[in-house]
Write a protein that binds this ligand. Structure first.
Ligand SMILES: *Cc1c(COP(=O)(O)O)cnc(C)c1O
Length: 244
């Protein structure tokens, strides 16, 4: 087992490299690095990794499974962190997410918005919810997709359902780039997302967040206006996951 200080140095070094990438992408796009927030995706990693992330000064962490979110929030209750839920969500897990997440990036149907909102209200919480769109909606279900998200044509319906519910605050839009084998490039997908985000903001000025970009495509995402990057491997490395 490696000692904590080495692991810590690893994550700090990864963060330094990540900030360089984000900084360079922002410079190319004429954007301020302050306009881009890094969310550390800690799925499959132990709570000790969440603590290491918190120790680097990052304040946002994300999970993609409801039970794992609940467990780690409990284990890290003493850390001052904003918790993001980024995974596909079934309504029967909405209560768990409403209790433990601050942001939910993956609201992709009106019914989920309604259930999540009711669960949030029951716990006197308000969640920031993003409408997730599928940027390759014609992909058949299966290995290449879909990766969650509503059809772009349904975006306003989903956003409207979020906006009208007490307990939810419409924060913006989220997408995962299509699988590389789909033939849709990350750049063209995020260009499409940028257009959808502009449309959303025209109707809902408060919906300013654009959650897009992961370890492999953050440059394209920054270039096309991402405000929130969801970063797993570039930060935590591809060490053996201990969970799942
Ligand atoms: C795992 C995951 C990420 C992070 O992916 P990396 O390629 O490891 O940076 C981002 N978004 C979602 C929805 C994820 O499930």
């Amino acid at each position: 087992m490696r000692v904590r200080s080495q692991e810590d140095a690893g994550i700090s070094a990864n963060l330094a490299r990540l900030r360089e990438r984000v900084g360079a992408a922002c410079a190319r796009a004429g954007r301020s690095p302050d306009s881009v927030r890094i969310i550390a995706i800690t799925k499959t990693r132990p709570a000790s990794d969440v603590r290491l992330v918190a120790g680097t000064g990052l304040a946002d962490v994300g999970e993609n499974r409801a039970a794992e979110l609940a467990e780690k929030v409990g284990q890290c209750a003493d850390e001052d962190l904003t918790w993001h839920f980024v995974g596909q969500l079934q309504t029967n897990k909405a209560g768990l997410v409403a209790r433990h997440a601050d942001w939910v990036h993956s609201v992709d149907r009106a019914r989920l918005a309604r259930v999540l909102a009711a669960k949030a209200r029951a716990q006197q919480r308000e969640l920031t919810a993003l409408a997730q769109v599928n940027l390759d909606p014609d992909a058949a279900a299966g290995e290449l997709g879909p990766r969650g998200g509503c059809h772009p044509a349904d975006l306003m319906d989903v956003a409207g359902a979020i906006a009208e519910e007490a307990g939810l605050r419409l924060g913006g839009i989220m997408a995962v780039a299509p699988h590389p084998a789909s033939g849709v490039s990350a750049a063209s997908a995020f260009e499409h997302l940028h257009m959808l985000a502009s449309r959303l903001r025209a109707r809902y000025p408060q919906a300013t967040a654009v959650s897009a970009g992961m370890s492999g495509d953050l440059e394209e995402a920054v270039e096309h206006g991402a405000t929130h990057l969801r970063i797993g491997t570039a930060l935590l490395g591809d060490r053996e996951p201990i969970v799942g």
